[in-house]
Ligand binder design. Structure first.
Ligand code: F6R
Ligand code: MG
Ligand code: MG
Length: 372
């Protein structure tokens, strides 16, 4: 049976008025290039959208993960959009295009990627998440809740196909090493690692019984590629749901409350993550608060299920009023944190601030310290 690949590749190519949104001319370039690729048969379906200032290219195809043609399509699309952004003098044009010479894969070049090759089940409901003004570790907490916490996911107790638990791949971005831990047996060790989201990222999740792939998350760390702060990574994630996997509702329930993530203004602050519909996907207050959108879709014979005109059927999941409470919490938490200004814990720890301009600014005090 042929396999289906779901690929999302994202990039900040420039924003209208600061770092808060992607204007229509850039989305139009995304749509134009992906339409052409679909007509030419490279991809079967696509959906172009934005999460804050990040242009998001969702593609469904049968070319497998790390497919050089798919990555090149995304790279060329971002280059063209960045050029357009430059011509309009949009802000931060080409921000995430950190390297110039493309060599077959966008990993390590600035754009973020999440991909998943699957053998389609009888029906395969998928959720695609995209966040702005935060980092890949922002998914650690909800992925843990969804795939390991029985207080979140009733199926871990009730569904016989889930009681074997789930396996988590965790990437240590400093050592560039990965490890697989199985829950429930290694739950404490897993939390010990992923409780440090700035360093350790859940990159993949599989069902333990049969190694069925369930989740895949981007792991790009822009500061580590560039060696300095160049904007937050703004991660994406693909999660499979239902029929022996957490239900759509179990995947979404961690977002009923806001929780804290690293990023926000200048990538230097803790901020409350705010689930929003696509229409509210723009980071305004203190360049935030960090926001996340969630798209629900079905894959069918290598495509996104679409209407009779061929338009993909996409459900804007966080548009629902059931997430109003999380949004209200996020605004309240944001206001509380902002009263603290640049005092920790509102500002990130000094270890993380190493990647910002702060150490250079403090350099000038160096000669003035006396032994105490
Ligand atoms: C965060 C982000 C923004 C900018 C901020 C300052 O990821 O992109 O918060 O860091 O707006 O931007 P510059 O230095 O470009 O004026
Ligand atoms: Mg930006
Ligand atoms: Mg961004």
């Amino acid at each position: 049976m042929s396999k289906t690949t779901i690929t999302i590749i994202k990039c900040d190519v420039g924003s209208l008025a600061g770092h808060h949104t992607v204007p229509k001319p850039l989305l139009d370039i995304g749509n134009k290039r992906l339409n052409e690729a679909q007509e030419g048969g490279l991809i079967n379906s696509h959906y172009v959208f934005h999460a804050g200032d990040d242009l998001e290219l969702l593609m469904v195809h049968t070319g497998g993960e790390n497919n050089p043609d798919i990555h090149k399509l995304a790279w060329n699309t971002f280059q063209e959009a960045a050029k357009k952004a430059s011509s309009l003098k949009l802000y931060g044009a080409g921000q995430d295009l950190l390297k110039q010479a493309f060599s077959g894969n966008v990993r390590g070049m600035g754009p973020g990627v999440a991909e998943m090759e699957i053998e389609e089940r009888g029906s395969d409901p998928i959720v695609v998440f995209a966040a702005d003004k935060t980092e890949p570790g922002a998914f650690n907490y909800p992925l843990f809740r969804v795939f390991a916490d029985p207080f979140n996911t009733a199926g871990l107790i009730i569904d016989p196909s889930m009681v074997g638990g789930f396996k988590f791949e965790v990437l240590d971005s400093i050592k560039n090493e990965k490890i697989v831990l199985k829950c429930p047996e290694e739950m404490y060790e897993l939390i010990a690692l992923i409780g440090t989201p700035s360093r350790n990222t859940v990159s993949r999740v599989w069902r333990a019984n049969d190694d069925l792939i369930c989740a895949s998350t981007s792991t790009t760390r822009l500061a580590l590629i560039a060696g300095k702060y160049v904007g937050k990574d703004d991660p994406v994630s693909i999660v499979r749901t239902q029929r022996g996997l957490p239900a759509l509702g179990e995947v979404l329930v961690p977002f009923m409350h806001s929780y804290f993530v690293e990023g926000w203004m200048r990538g230097s602050h803790w901020g409350p993550l705010m689930p929003v519909g696509l229409k509210d996907s723009r980071c305004t207050v203190f360049d935030g608060p960090p926001r996340i959108v969630a798209l629900g879709l079905q894959v069918v014979h290598g495509k996104i299920a679409s209407d009779d005109e061929g338009a993909p059927l996409i459900s804007d999941l966080f548009e629902d009023c059931a997430f109003d409470m999380a949004r209200r919490e996020a605004v309240e938490y944001a206001a509380t944190l902002r009263r603290m200004g640049e005092f920790e814990p509102a500002r990130l720890s000094s270890e993380i601030m190493e990647y910002t301009a702060l150490p250079k600014l403090l350099e000038k005090l160096k000669g003035r310290f006396k032994p105490a």
